[in-house]
Write a protein that binds this ligand. Sequence first.
Ligand code: UDX
Length: 752
Amino acid sequence: HDPYSSRNFNDTRGGGEGAARLPPPAMQGEPGSVEGAPQAPSSDFVPKCDIMGKDALSALHRTGSRQCRQEIANIVCQHQAGQLMPRALPQFCPLHGFSSPVQTAEELDNDLSKVENPVRVAFVLVVHGRAIRQLKRLIKAIYHRDHFYYIHVDKRSNYLHREVQQIAQQYPNVRATPWRMVTIWGGASLLKAYLRSMQDLLSMLDWNWDFFINLSATDFPTRTNDELVAFLSQHRDQNFLKSHGRENARFIKKQGLDRLFHECDNHMWRLGERTIPEGLEVSGGSDWFSLTRRFVEYVINSQDELVAGLKQFYTYALLPAESFFHTVLGNSHMCDSLVDNNLRVTNWNRKLGCKCQYKHIVDWCGCSPNDFKPQDLVRIQQLTRPTFFARKFESMVNQEAIDILDTHLYGHYAPGTVAIKAYWESLFEQADGVGSLSDVALTAYSSFFRLGLRSLDSSQTSLETCRYEPIGYPVSVHLYFYDERFQGYLVRQEVQNVGSRVRETVEVWAVPQATMQLENNLREFERLKNLEVGTEWDPKERIFRNFGGVIGPLDEPVAVQKWVRGPNLTATIVWIDPAQTVAASYDISVDVDAEYTQYKPPLQRPLRPGAWTVRVLRLWERVAEARFLVMPLAFKGREPLHQEEDSWLHAGPPGNLYLEQGFQQLRSVLKLPPQEPALQEAQQRAQLVGKPLEAWVDRTVGAFWVTGDLCSTLPSPGPCPSLGPCTKSTWSSLAPDPKSELGPVKGDGRIR
Ligand code: UDX
């Protein structure tokens, strides 16, 4: 039972924002974890003490690196000896409890012209991923000549970092942190990164800021810069931090603050229990805040026991930024400057956002807010406290919500402005290195590109001039969305014209084909609105993050059904492989108000490559069917496939058995064709390498994808007349996208 699943929207009380609870017992059943009797940790080092705690032993078993195991052992031993955590800390706040006046939004006086000496803000942006076009829109919306922008990019997000460095070259008040951390979700590193940014910002003597505001790339302003500056200038001594607002003991438990955590190997390991230091009150809530320079100076420079002790305490805390600053401030001599408002609106929908989705990163159940859709934006108006930013936004999920806010703040773009409804997100750039691609991605992108070139060639049968050979690997791959819909992949690669031998770079647009079919007489199954198989199912946004379903033999696809309200029903789902083997069959029961059902049958791999079918059946009668492609791999470890050693990859599972139990007895009721010919053909194909393999890949990919268009990056028309310039092809990743372009600073100090 998930105690949080029935909580209302916006109810962040109880725990902090991101934390929900201890993970369910299922976690303890995972490989390497401890159930029952403690096992001895692997013996590549000797801990300095006898480690007996269940959590610590479990962590030691699950860690990958020796270094991480060593760190964990040292920390646990220090903790056991009572030397790690402060036992008691001083309380400098003269007040009883915290005073936290909350102003109402109606009381706002936003007139900047009345403000003397307007505040200057240091924005710290902690970003990761690849959504540079959205980040640019955010920067554009919050930019002012008088503010400062200090950007930390996750050490793993090199593409984003390269792009951010370019932005930093463009504006003197934008800088990227010269150091980078792997800031995992909920990790101790996030607090470390904030503290280090604060230290840097204090030491930049040319940046004279008054307020510190943190943002991520998924934030967006809800009020203009003038409004923000007017407000902060009138509250220049106040620190804005939102608290959970209920019982503290409950907060501490939900938040896991009474547990010791340690971050290593990109994971937060839970190592056992600890006690809260005596003498002070621990508090917390949201890790999005606006802090005065004076408080930041105190946090960074003070040597007092409170700050030093809390820094130590929060070095070993989950989601530390949700509580560290609250606790320092609340117990400090500055406690009367605390306002219980983080100036943000967070789009919580805990039913979707608290699915324990981070348990591979943290030993805890974490929550995330949902992405705003246009219908959620009313929540911004409904709040009575003043707010200036909202989260989260993801253009890939919904760009219209950003457009609405952006327009509301700064007006429409000029009539006729292109690409307002288009969104591109990079998946791969040459500079990432081809080693960053999976074999199936590399296979798919190369095939999309070949199919594109072939379509160009065949549409111009008489023209030699339109025949091209691809060279090397793709140099750039983008996801393309239009009007909130995924439109396909854009693959750019170098080519050589077969006739003229001239080289140029071409972009191909590969569009996925819909594959679902519904029968006529659906009756209660009218409820069924979609049936899809994919990987990287995101239960929060309820989309497959692997857009278009690029699936290979070693993947673990999940089937998802989308329903509208209707009668309770039971459906049978059957998976059929390309050799007509019934791979899986299972029933799902669908409640009246179920919206999505999903299941990932634990199929034995490798999955046989080719066209798979998933059927939805009512009493063994087909009501719907969808096909999905398991791509044959043209690469193994980014090298072309070898005949002998790699043929197992395409041979299907051992014994042609996908699950412990076979389902061959269902063949007749499913009216499947005889299996022998299909199986024989599949076995022959499994041996293919080189050009014949490539041809097979292209045939199967071509059955699921079509070429939308192609364009060339040549500045002047090339030899093939039907290959237009990319800058003039509205779909191309090289087409103008004014909403995401960062131009010169205008007279009013802004860019937007
Ligand atoms: C939510 C809450 O908003 C937040 O208060 C809480 O701390 C965590 O849960 P969520 O959307 O889940 O936020 O987190 P996300 O925005 O993904 O990450 C938080 C911050 O860490 C962001 O600045 C993000 O860019 C950064 N981060 C996250 C990384 O740098 N790398 C990662 O791999 C993940």
